[in-house]
Design a protein around this ligand. Structure first.
Ligand SMILES: [Zn+2]
Length: 389
């Protein structure tokens, strides 16, 4: 099974090279429109026949466009025609993204350098990469798309990378309970507590209260900045938790169906906390899914009913079994941390569901790289501490 990801690289270029790339894009997109027009008018999306019909004409008209770029543009135009089944004419704009195949775009992730073909020979650019892009160093590089943000005057290269992932065997199931005191508890007795998140939130809550009293424009600006920082921190924590969980020796990860999780809301304060937690729960789920996919593993959701009331030892269901953080079964006397009890139930339900349902693997792209940027520097917080529980 192939797993594809797209990583986004921000290119650092001289003003002169930027101008060259703008010209190259401009020309490529003009050529795209010409090729698409030919295919549309002649009712064909065959790469071969379009190539034969248009190649020499376009080479003659735009000699400065390298033929390797021309090939990529032609392929993209043919695919666009095919995508709309020749029913309408695909058009691109002056600065629409341009596809670069492997031959015209040489990306070196470890050296953080890329060379791109252009109307004036090869353009060389460097790019910064977040630390955890390192996990992609051994992935196969596929096609790249050069994109230009006009407002920011910045070029980005979206690189598709691929990895062969092993087929999941689907045997071992790990149950994952998501909560408030403990962000996550897994059925193999691991606790990821929320103390670090709480500390950061407390710090920001204090700042927020102070700023809200002021009500000035600069205070409001600062408030927005704070909530962004807080979210990025939670994102970073979720990253580390999901990474650690997926590395555990299990093939299938069972979690509660989020849509029916803990839907109590009484006061406004609770509502806010619930929203924040749901956002965080959902994000953790997404991270788990995409990391699991890359590892050839999978995530399944289960019905969350009774996961906290049922005894994971004897199966007896009784509301009074749970008191706060502790679970004490009135029937068999079994005692256990309430979250761990839930995690074990989730694993059990996951196991029994596995026999019945086919495990589907999601195909998602992750853009969390952006979200996490710069977090490490702001907080001296190490992943291993997460497991102190
Ligand atoms: Zn029991």
């Amino acid at each position: 099974m192939n797993v594809d990801r797209t990583i986004k690289l921000k290119l650092e270029l001289s003003e002169e090279d930027k101008e060259t790339l703008r010209q190259t894009m401009n020309l490529s997109n003009r050529v795209f429109n010409e090729i698409a027009k030919y295919g549309f008018e002649n009712h064909t999306c065959s790469k071969v026949s379009i190539h034969h019909a248009t190649y020499y004409d376009i080479r003659g008209k735009y000699p400065e466009l390298p033929c390797s770029i021309l090939q990529g543009v032609r392929d993209a135009a043919c695919e666009a025609l095919k995508g709309v089944e020749l029913k309408k004419l695909p058009r691109v704009k002056e600065f629409s993204g341009v596809r670069y195949n492997k031959r015209v775009c040489n990306v070196n992730l470890s050296k953080q350098i890329v060379t791109l073909a252009s109307t004036k020979g090869r353009v060389k650019a460097s790019f910064p990469i977040p630390e955890y892009y390192r996990q992609y160093l051994d992935w196969e590089l596929r096609t790249s798309t050069l994109k230009y943000n006009k407002q920011q005057d910045t070029f980005y290269l979206h690189v598709t990378i691929r990895k062969q992932s092993p087929e999941p065997s689907g045997n071992e199931v790990l149950g994952i309970d998501r909560g408030i005191v403990n962000i996550t508890v897994t059925s193999n007795n691991r606790f990821f507590n929320s103390k670090p998140i709480k500390n950061v939130r407390a710090k920001y809550a204090y700042l927020r209260a102070k700023l809200q009293g002021k009500g000035t424009r600069s205070a409001k600006k600062l408030l927005r900045k704070i909530s962004g920082k807080e979210e990025r921190f939670v994102t970073w924590v979720n990253h580390n938790i999901s990474k650690e969980i997926v590395a555990m020796p299990f093939d299938v990860f069972a979690i509660e169906d989020l849509t029916s999780i803990r839907v109590q809301s009484r006061t406004k304060g609770v509502e806010f906390t619930r929203k924040l937690n749901n956002w965080s729960f959902y994000q953790l789920e997404q991270f788990l899914r995409y990391k699991a996919e890359a590892a050839g593993k999978s995530v399944i959701t289960i019905d969350p009913r009774y996961t906290s009331q049922k005894c994971s030892n004897c199966g007896h269901i009784y509301k009074g079994n749970r008191k706060g953080n502790s679970f004490h079964c009135v029937k068999c006397g079994f005692q256990i941390h309430a979250d761990l009890n839930a995690a074990r139930n989730i694993a059990e339900i996951g196991k029994s569901n596995l026999g019945r349902q086919t495990v589907t693997l999601p195909n998602m792209t992750c853009d969390d790289a952006e979200a996490c940027k710069g977090i490490d520097a702001e907080h001296s917080y190490n992943a291993p501490h997460l497991s102190a529980g």
